[in-house]
Ligand binder design. Structure first.
Ligand code: NOJ
Ligand code: CA
Length: 471
């Protein structure tokens, strides 16, 4: 079970309103109590924060507002004391325009780092090199660099410059960056934009019908993933993982990021699952098509929220506590790894951030607001306003009937159950709106995602209720 910590909004140790590494260290006992195995940290590396850490200016140091490398090492050690491990976020698709490589590259066409990035010339009619669009704003993905008159590629902000993964020097450098963190004892890396790292070598236009903004060379992207897999596997015991942000909406395409099952990503995020509606037919369909598409040894990973998409308690559940419990129950009882976004264990809802407090280029602030530790939040003047604090850690910890206690109970049950940690899944017949399945020899899971009472295998279920039972 992986818990996603969005560092800026998790816990602030020094009262400057910004979460930090010491804050995470201070709250390790909470995560341990919850039953977390692995903590994935959003980027903690040096960044001008145009995209809150996803524009990296130094891959080998900690953003000062978060602390230092010494704090990071202490976090890894203190987590290890509690049987927990840390995964760091690596951003290989692009660097900040402030990164020394790009500062050098843009100077001249013969600069040492010039071909670490992707350059093009205007076409005869003055238009950009091709029709690729950037994810933010949807304008051209090409930006003029006045020093040379050439344009550089940016799949996201103009301040996030795409790296040229055809260049062997870039590949070698990232091997070293990975080793830098693996040598510090991390459990692995979450790979940003893992689905689109290597761009089409000839920079051809994307087809007008394509759902993609840029043309990706998938075979070459898989080759890079295999290279990284060999690198992390060479570390041996304890195992390390590569967790890819694979933002693709077809499950067959998702499956290919696992390669033959053991040679590419260990885990590839399943966005079709996260974006499913909370309906038995939809969820069961995504899950079963995932199993059908995956190579035999591939291990699924499920998540419902993250720092880029609206919180599941609002998006899927409309704030209804019964529905939130159903969603969490499924997250923790499906075969595979569960990734829980900070706050989802409380049933935290998407926050309404007033326009004058919005900080994100893509207005994702509502799922990034500070984690409420107490009824008054437990933050001093935080960088983003707190959302609703009725659901908070302190109150929910005290209440055995809270969403937090429910989530913790599920995590404990899963930890203790060979059935729930196995691969096995067998769908059981159930009335419309109910999803029921057997895990292993003797664990029954059933959720009634409907407004009518139902009975499954002799178990009565209220509307929007679920059970995990030994049978
Ligand atoms: C995915 C990250 O999760 C998101 O926050 C970021 O804006 C983009 N990648 C670009 O790095
Ligand atoms: Ca702080």
């Amino acid at each position: 079970m992986i818990y996603q910590v969005y560092v800026r909004s998790f816990a602030d140790s020094n009262g400057d309103g910004i979460g930090d590494l010491r804050g995470v260290i201070d709250r390790l006992d909470y995560l341990n109590w919850l039953g977390v195995d692995v903590v994935w940290l959003s980027p903690v590396t040096v960044s001008p924060d145009k995209d809150w850490g996803y524009d990296v200016a130094d891959y080998r140091d900690v953003q000062p507002v978060f602390g230092s490398l010494a704090d990071f090492d202490e976090l890894v050690a203190r987590a290890r004391d509690r049987g927990m491990r840390i995964v760091v976020d690596l951003v290989p698709n692009h660097t900040s325009d402030q990164h020394p490589w790009f500062v050098d590259a843009r100077r001249s066409q013969t600069a040492h780092h010039r071909h670490w990035y992707i350059w093009g010339d205007r076409r005869a009619d003055g238009s950009p090199p091709n029709n690729w669009r950037s994810t933010f704003g949807k304008g051209s993905a090409w930006q003029l660099s006045p020093e040379t008159g050439q344009l550089y590629l940016h799949s996201f902000l103009p301040e996030q410059v795409d790296l040229n993964w055809w260049n062997p020097a870039v590949r070698d450098e990232f091997d070293e960056i990975m080793r830098f963190w693996l040598d510090r004892g991390v459990a692995g890396l979450r790979l940003d934009v893992a689905h689109a790292i290597v761009k089409d070598r000839a920079l051809r236009d994307v087809a007008p019908s394509s759902e993609n903004d840029v043309l990706v060379d998938l075979d070459e992207t898989y080759a890079v993933l295999r290279r990284w897999r060999r690198l992390v596997d060479a570390y041996g015991e304890p195992d390390r993982i590569l967790l890819g942000e694979t933002w693709v909406m077809e499950l067959e395409r998702l499956a290919r990021f696992y390669g033959r099952g053991r040679d590419q990503l260990h885990l590839a995020f399943n966005f079709p699952f996260a974006f499913s509606t909370l309906r038995a037919e939809c969820l069961a369909d995504v899950v079963e098509r995932t199993f059908a598409a995956f190579p035999e040894e591939a291990w699924p990973v499920w998540m419902l929220s993250n720092h880029d998409i609206p919180r599941m308690a609002t998006r899927m559940c409309g704030g209804d506590e019964r529905k939130i419990r159903c969603a969490l129950l499924l997250l923790f009882t499906l075969p595979g790894t569960a990734v829980l976004y900070q706050g989802d264990e409380l049933g935290l809802e998407q926050a309404a951030v007033p326009p004058d407090r919005v900080r994100d280029v893509d207005k994702r602030d509502g799922c990034r607001t500070p984690l409420p530790w107490t009824r008054d939040g437990g933050w001093i003047d935080p960088w983003l306003p707190l959302g609703e604090t009725a659901r908070n850690v302190a109150d929910e910890r005290r209440d055995p009937g809270s969403i937090l206690s429910f989530a913790r109970g599920l995590i404990a049950r899963r930890r203790a159950s060979d059935d729930l940690r196995s691969r096995s899944y067998e769908r059981l017949g159930a009335p419309a709106g109910v999803w029921a399945f057997r895990r292993g020899a003797s664990t029954l899971v059933a959720v009634n995602l409907s407004d009518r009472p139902a009975t499954v295998e002799g178990h009565p279920l209220n509307p929007w209720d679920g059970v995990v039972r030994d049978v």
